[in-house]
Write a protein that binds this ligand. Structure first.
Ligand code: DGL
Length: 290
């Protein structure tokens, strides 16, 4: 899927070690694919907070309470060398909270506003994310720091998250659904000048082709996936040789309650699906030493 987007001088990294990629649902698979392309010798595990999906419409309080607990429980199970939060909605809110309870490197995912500001020729950029990511102070700071002279038009869409999940399950969806999901960007004042859109939800690269096909004007859609893959390799501790062997997926609900998710995970190379739902997610003790 990604090979058509890789530069011709692309050199995979020989890095080994165990990486745990985390998202609310299937969106983080787009990041896992980038990490797999850059580090084919890594053992990549995947985890989805299926018991609390979607994140985009949850309150900040609920997410900040839950994320450190889920992260710690997953790390206790999987014992990765790096924990990747492949979710903008979670990272822009609770990256420090998760870092505070883990003693391994944690890589977050934040909107690719800086590269978008460098790429735009019209000076108008669209930001497509969940409603949660749109209202974050962190997102406002990114815009203030990197896109001060750029017009950034934002739209938060849970509908597009659901469309991406349905597409990943193999559902045939009309192009009009994607046109409607991104229309508020183009219909906003100045929207006819948008030439670059930041896909600031990891679900959205799953439907990049549908977004391109349904946009009313030529647009470059960019995301953070490749940058996250590079950062994951960069922070990997040096003594992780031989800890590869990935391919497991971990859910926070019983897999039989999420048959569609299981189907997509298998399709993306995670055949063994297990649940951490049988153990209550709560903070009881100090983080397990790794
Ligand atoms: N994939 C997540 C993100 O990057 C959000 C999806 C959800 O709403 O759960 O923001």
């Amino acid at each position: 899927m990604l090979t058509d987007t890789l530069p011709s001088n692309f050199m995979p990294s020989p890095a080994r070690g165990r990486v745990l990629v985390f998202d609310s649902g299937v969106g983080g698979l787009t990041v896992a694919e980038e990490i797999r392309a850059l580090g084919p010798a890594l053992g990549i595990h995947y985890s989805a907070d299926s018991g609390f999906f979607p994140y985009g419409d949850k309150s900040d309080e609920a997410l900040r309470d839950r994320l450190p607990k889920v992260a710690r429980r997953l790390v206790e199970y999987v014992r990765p060398d790096v924990f990747v939060i492949a979710c903008n909605t979670a990272s822009t809110l609770a990256l420090p909270d998760v870092r505070a309870v883990l003693d391994i490197p944690v890589v977050g995912t934040v909107p690719a506003i800086k590269p978008a500001a460098q790429l735009t020729r019209t000076g108008t950029v669209g930001l497509l994310a969940t409603p949660g990511t749109i209202r974050r102070a962190y997102t406002a700071e990114l815009i203030d720091t990197f896109a001060r002279d750029i017009q950034v038009i934002m739209h938060g869409s849970i509908e597009l998250v659901k469309l991406a999940e349905a597409h990943a399950r193999g559902e045939d969806l009309p192009v009009e659904a994607f046109a409607a999901a991104q229309a508020p960007l183009f219909e906003a004042p100045g929207g006819d000048r948008i030439d670059t859109i930041v896909l600031a939800c990891t679900h959205f690269p799953l439907v990049r082709a549908q977004l391109v096909a349904s946009a009313p004007q030529p647009v470059s859609y960019i995301d953070s996936g490749a940058a996250i893959a590079r950062q994951t390799i960069r922070v990997l501790p040096p003594d992780t040789e031989g800890r590869g062997l990935g391919g497991h997926a971990w859910l926070t609900s019983p897999p039989e309650e999420a048959p569609d998710l299981a189907l997509v995970l298998r399709r993306y190379g995670f055949p063994d699906i297990q649940s951490v739902a049988d153990v209550p997610i709560e903070m009881t003790s100090a983080p397990t030493a790794l």
